[in-house]
Structure formats: structure tokens, C-alpha cells
Design a protein around this ligand. Structure first.
Ligand SMILES: Nc1ncnc2c1ncn2[C@@H]1O[C@H](COP(=O)(O)OP(=O)(O)OP(=O)(O)O)[C@@H](O)[C@H]1O
Ligand SMILES: [Mg+2]
Length: 243
């Protein structure tokens, strides 16, 4: 299985501060990769660099969805994203939000297909409610639905389960498993909810102060620190790098 992402020796400066420091990692196709690290470590910045939302200072960033889409620009149409919290049109309802995002992706959805997306994230019963009146978890569910439009091969979700209730978290976990198993979807998920990531990820990228401090399988990370949970391994690894 080839790599879907190759991130090599990337630096990102904001003004005089180097925020991302010589970061390198790869993600294999069909991986479920957890992206973890403290607040301000650089997760959202790396996601923005990956998607070309902000320019790198130097280094090499490759996204190769498949043999036909081997560069970042071509790959973008096959990537579903949530970046830095849910984005939505507050004055429109959930149904209209799905429709407008589909239009922007040049995808014509039938009413039934829109209802299916809303049902997938448990919003079918409030399809006509104005999104500015949604709770945080409901907005997050809508963002997840929007990211799924067009059946992308790669989902990059920045803190997708923030604000979700326990049922929502389980439903999204099951949805991920289904997309992974039935459509070989690759995931990059940043989250601070390590107990949840522990249940779903096979690979971990850990970033601290702009440097990648671990990049490997979840299993090896647990083994390295002789821990039973990702939470414990994270704490040990952080203690190690912070000295
Ligand atoms: N546009 C910007 N200009 C200057 N500094 C920035 C900018 N965007 C991000 N930063 C800085 O880059 C660092 C990394 O921020 P980033 O949002 O990537 O962290 P994060 O790992 O996503 O944190 P969190 O877990 O809180 O979401 C922070 O110190 C932040 O202040
Ligand atoms: Mg962030």
C-alpha cells in the first residue's frame, strides 16, 4: 500500500517565529491516523499546510490520492475536511447547508441523498432548523456530513468529535469503521480525546512545539512506553521530550 501523504522537512514561519520545525511524516493509504499533541503544538497548521490553505516556508508536501491524482491540487477534490472547528452557513438550515456545499463541489444531490447525509449524522429530524440555532455538537455533526459529500477517499478531520454527545461519538466511530472497511477511506484525525482515538486509530503522529516527536503505529507507541492506553503513552512520551 503506497503513501497518500508525504510531508518532508517542512518548515512554516509566521513572521519571525518558526511554528513548524523540519517536520517529516508519511501516511499510508487506508490508514486511520491519529494526530495528537498539546494546544498550540501545530496540528491545525500542518493540516492547513497539507490542504494548501497556507503556504509552507520550505520543504516538500505531497498528497497522492491514487495513480491518477498524484499532486496536491488534483487530490483536493477527493479530500473531505473539517479544519479548525465546524464551518457552516448560520442563516441557512441543515438541508440548505448540505445542498450549498454539494453545489460548491459541483455535485448535484437529490432530496433523498441530502436526507441520507443528514440521517448518517443523526440530523434528519432537524433538517429545517437554522444552523445558528444548533448546539456545538449539532454543528459538528453537520460539518462531518458536509465533509462526506462526494464520497472522498481521504478525510482530514481537525477535532471532529469535540462537543459530540456519547451517542454521537459512538455513531461517528461506527461510521469511520464502515467507511474504512467498505470504501478504504484514509483518515487523519486530530483530537485531544485520546481514549476515543485509542479505539480507532492504527497510526499515531505526535507533535510538540512544532516538531514531530513520534510517527509510527499505535501499537509500537504503547510498547515503547510499556503502557496499556494511548493516554498513558502520551503522558510518558511528553515527559520524555520535555525532559
Ligand atoms: N496565522 C498565524 N499567525 C501567527 N501564529 C500563528 C498563526 N496560526 C497559528 N499560529 C501559531 O502557531 C502555533 C500552532 O497553532 P495550531 O493552531 O497549529 O496548534 P494546534 O496544535 O492545532 O493547537 P490546538 O490543539 O489548540 O488546536 C500556535 O503557537 C499559534 O499561536
Ligand atoms: Mg488546532
Amino acid at each position: 500500500m503506497g503513501n497518500i501523504v508525504e510531508f518532508k522537512n517542512v518548515n512554516k514561519k509566521f513572521g519571525k517565529s518558526t511554528i513548524i520545525k523540519n517536520a517529516s511524516f508519511c501516511i499510508k493509504r487506508n490508514a486511520i491516523c491519529g494526530f495528537i499533541g498539546p494546544n498550540g503544538a501545530g496540528k491545525t497548521t500542518i493540516i492547513k499546510l497539507l490542504l494548501g490553505i497556507i503556504p509552507k516556508t520550505d520543504g516538500e508536501i505531497k498528497i497522492m490520492i491514487d495513480d491518477n491524482k498524484t499532486n496536491q491540487t488534483d487530490s483536493l477534490s477527493s479530500i473531505g475536511t473539517i479544519v479548525s472547528g465546524p464551518a457552516y452557513y448560520g442563516n441557512l438550515n441543515a438541508y440548505q447547508n448540505i445542498k450549498i456545499v454539494a453545489n460548491m463541489k459541483n455535485i448535484d444531490l437529490t432530496d433523498k441523498q441530502i436526507e441520507d447525509y443528514l440521517e448518517l449524522v443523526g440530523l434528519d429530524n432537524i433538517a429545517n432548523k437554522k444552523v445558528s440555532h444548533f448546539s456545538m455538537g449539532m454543528k459538528q455533526r453537520l460539518a462531518i456530513a458536509c465533509s462526506l459529500i462526494g464520497d472522498p477517499q481521504f478525510l482530514i478531520w481537525d477535532e471532529p468529535i469535540n462537543g459530540l454527545d456519547p451517542t454521537g461519538i459512538i455513531e461517528i466511530r461506527n461510521l469511520m469503521t464502515k467507511l474504512h472497511q467498505t470504501r478504504n477511506v484514509t483518515f487523519l484525525i486530530s483530537s485531544h480525546i485520546l481514549s476515543e482515538l485509542d479505539k480507532i486509530v492504527d497510526k499515531i503522529i505526535l507533535i510538540n512545539k512544532g516538531s514531530i516527536v513520534y510517527n509510527g503505529t499505535a501499537e509500537e507507541l504503547l510498547e515503547k512506553y510499556q503502557c496499556a492506553t494511548l493516554e498513558e503513552a502520551y503522558m510518558n512520551c511528553m515527559q520524555n521530550v520535555e525532559g
